[in-house]
Design a protein around this ligand. Structure first.
Ligand code: HEM
Length: 473
């Protein structure tokens, strides 16, 4: 109960338990009048529908400061000069966790940023993974269902998740990251964010490059080992949220450095993989990180409900000099977030304080729509359709996961990864158990023989020569 309500109670005899019973007995109408005066509506209707995904989260305001000149790539005013500062808002979240669930569950983490630029709102709605599970929007509903509670049993099912993954090998790259230490980050301050998709930038000469965004934590990456994650699950389910808020309250403001990777249009045509495939990364030695600026989060919103709950991020919000790409998942996101937010927040979602750009409060929405329309028509041009970037390696779902296992992980991480996968696969139940496991093991082998072998041994599966023949590397 809030201090304000205590005040109301003290001032109004009807709300005192003893007085109320006396008053109601004296005059039954008092009971009704007390309801009118009380702030019941705020209690009963004070919350809005939850987000369908990324439900549990925390957020803060902060500043973005340009530290490097990237005007050769973009004429976005936000990046126009070194030292320029822009207000921003960040929301961190757990992907499949529900409001009351533990922050240390194995899960992807949402990392969404809103920049209040002089040209309108720019949202970078990413996660702590540079890749996503799928690359075709049509698979999204089925994929999400495997992460949520069963409509029949109301239970979550590890079997459903593996059933989906074994039938869709493009999930393997994200899956390896998910089962590594990155699946249990130590709160929100010690993780990196990624735009994940390929986006574009357009400069003053109207030249376009493709870009990927990386948001690297200056606090250093820290992950929890499974035993720590499990212990915190029972002792402090709000661990990540508490860690974040405590740091800000103590003036220990977390900072992230924003980088871009840049690919020219010509490089895109010759890239080994489809440059718009969100299940793939661009290697850093080929496409080095270019520093852009620093994000410091330093202000806890004055009201959680009207800021963190009501904030509406959408990849459809971008400004002049920044653009989209033909990535089908990105295109699907542009079409879906607005509808979800109208349901969640009402038709005025873009006019809510946290979603409005202070520089163009009246015009903001229509400007955004114009900009989106311009980008869609840009992709109507024949050379910009995804088909033109179709790669002969479209079905190579294994090379990059194999390199993640051998190059990105240390010895200890590899041991942990294998252990986490075995533990989860052991939970698969039902008649299809054997088939699901065999199909999935095959994917691990095709990524890396050692990885496949270790998981198979851990599951006490005998590997026959047939399976080895499928192994690519
Ligand atoms: C076809 C693919 C996808 C669809 C249809 C989709 C749809 C949605 C929807 C409907 C919401 C709730 C929006 C709201 O109520 O405000 C949401 C939230 C979110 N999505 Fe996606 N999503 C997709 C893929 C992705 C990917 C690939 C990422 C990360 C790179 C991502 C990151 C997020 C984040 C971080 C949020 C929460 C934003 C917040 O903090 O409010 N989504 N998504």
């Amino acid at each position: 109960m809030s201090i304000k309500k205590m005040g109301n109670i003290a001032q109004n005899p009807f709300y005192d338990t003893i007085d109320r019973s006396r008053n109601i007995q004296d005059n039954p109408m008092n009971a009704a009048s007390s309801f009118q005066e009380q702030d019941f509506p705020q209690i009963l209707r004070g919350t809005i529908p939850e987000r369908a995904l990324f439900t549990k989260g925390t957020g803060a305001y902060g500043t973005f400061t340009v530290t490097n000149d990237i005007t050769q790539f973009t004429n976005a005013n936000l990046f126009s000069s070194v030292g320029k500062i822009c207000r921003c808002f960040a929301r961190f979240s757990d992907f499949t966790s529900e409001k009351g669930s533990a922050d240390t569950n194995r899960d992807s983490r949402g990392f969404a940023l809103k920049f209040y630029t002089e040209d309108g709102i720019w949202d970078l709605v990413g996660s702590n993974s540079p890749v996503f599970f799928i690359k075709e929007p049509a698979k999204f509903p089925e994929f999400v269902r495997t992460q949520q509670r069963s409509p029949i049993t109301n239970l979550k099912s590890t079997t459903e998740m593996w059933n989906f993954c074994c039938a869709n090998p493009e999930t393997l790259h994200h899956l390896l990251m998910y089962f590594s230490g990155r699946g249990t980050p130590k709160g929100f301050r010690h993780l990196n964010g990624y735009g994940s998709h390929t986006y574009s930038m357009i400069n003053a000469e109207n030249e376009r490059v493709w870009v990927k965004y990386h948001i690297k934590t200056n606090q250093g990456i820290k992950n929890l080992v499974p035993t720590q994650a499990a212990q915190l699950k029972s002792t402090n389910p709000d661990f990540a949220q508490e860690d974040f808020i405590n740091a800000l309250q103590n003036g220990d403001f977390p900072i992230w450095t924003l980088y871009i990777q840049v690919m020219t249009e010509d490089q895109a045509k010759n890239f080994r993989w489809n440059p718009f495939d969100v299940t793939k990364v661009w290697f850093h030695d080929e496409f080095p990180l270019i520093e852009v600026g620093e994000i410091e989060l330093n202000e806890i919103p004055s009201d959680y409900q009207s800021n963190v709950e009501e904030v509406a991020f959408s990849p459809a919000n971008f400004v002049q000099g920044l653009g989209l790409s033909p990535d089908p998942i990105l295109q699907a996101r542009i079409a879906t977030y607005g509808e979800a937010q109208q349901h969640r927040l009402g038709r005025h979602a873009n006019l809510l304080e946290v979603n409005r750009c202070p520089f163009s409060p009246e015009k903001d929405k229509s400007e955004k729509n114009d900009q989106t329309a311009r980008n869609f028509s840009e992709f109507d041009k024949e050379d910009a359709f995804p088909e033109s970037f179709y790669s002969e390696n479209e079905d190579d779902h294994f090379t990059q996961p194999g390199l993640f296992y051998t190059k990105a992980l240390q010895d200890y991480d590899r041991i942990e990864l294998v252990r986490n996968i075995i533990e989860s696969i052991n939970e698969i139940s039902g008649l299809d158990r054997e088939e699901i496991i065999n199909r999935q093991i095959c994917h691990f082998f095709r990524a890396n023989i050692e990885l496949g072998m270790k998981i198979a041994m851990g599951l006490q599966i005998n590997i026959d020569a047939n399976m080895m023949n499928h192994a690519g590397s």
